[in-house]
Ligand binder design. Sequence first.
Ligand code: ZN
Ligand code: ZN
Length: 337
Amino acid sequence: MKAVRLYDALDLRVEDIERPGLPQAGYVTIDVRAAGICGSDLHNYRTGQWISRRPSTAGHEFCGRVSAVGEGVEGLAVGDLVTVDSRFYCGQCEACKSGRTNVCEHLGFVGEICDGGFAEKAELPARLVFKHDPSLDPAVAAMAEPLAVALHAVRRLNPPRGEAIILIGCGTIGGLCGLLLSHLHDGKLLFADLNGRRAEMVAGICTGSAVALDKSQARAALGDARLRYAVDATGSTKAIAQGIDLLDGGGAFALVGISHGKLDLDPNILVEREISLIGCHAFESELADAIALLPKLQPSLLQFSEVLNSLDEIPDAYRRLIDGRTNKLKTIIRIAD
Ligand SMILES: [Zn+2]
Ligand SMILES: [Zn+2]
């Protein structure tokens, strides 16, 4: 079967490899229907930072059809349409036992710790596999995982009714946070991105306003309303510092981007304006809720994404995305029906 495997930093190959045999006990085999490219796939390709086995079939955002079921698996059958959890948590450590599977002491991710979804077939523990509405477009079902990441960040931010929120960074997670808030929240939404066209596009889909990270622009967009809540999905320390500066007192700032570098921060700003900084990592139990939201969000999610039709296109797509040559938020590869 065809698979796209990462051998080392900057060494990604499309290969013909042996199909997986019958799944081991507790595992299922999935015929992959669609898979999405994540910013963390690109980061790992560029830096090799999370490579723990060589080669590894990349991809942790995917959906498919169950084609074989191992011994002892309950609740899944051949033919089920499913989407997957990317978090390969241990289930045994203190964090897992207390329900905090996203900060598992041995946490790894599908595609790194085990083979992922950029292949015709994938084999995963049944506990990471969830059925979805069979009428969903596979390109949408493949977005359950990043939607769960966004849902976790939105729930951690927990803005009270009516509060305005600025979304900093209009990539996948920033855009999905905006989309969720446009359905689940009633306050005004502002969108900032270095790529102004992208901010306009996302603001259009999420019925918000595109602004620069600038107090006068934010004020002009909000009228009398105050800006107390923000989400950073860039990981840029400069954007985070500018975002903190924008906030009026008494709110919170959720950080969901992976940063490079250190923040030069005067903690008095947080104290005097009583701003909570909230770190958000992957998701806990939000995947089932994200899957339930997919049918309603399907039209917007399709507008957010571009769709490629072959695994062969992935290495070129990586290079194009790293160079920023896309106006879409998510690149999905259709693999089978
Ligand atoms: Zn991802
Ligand atoms: Zn654990």
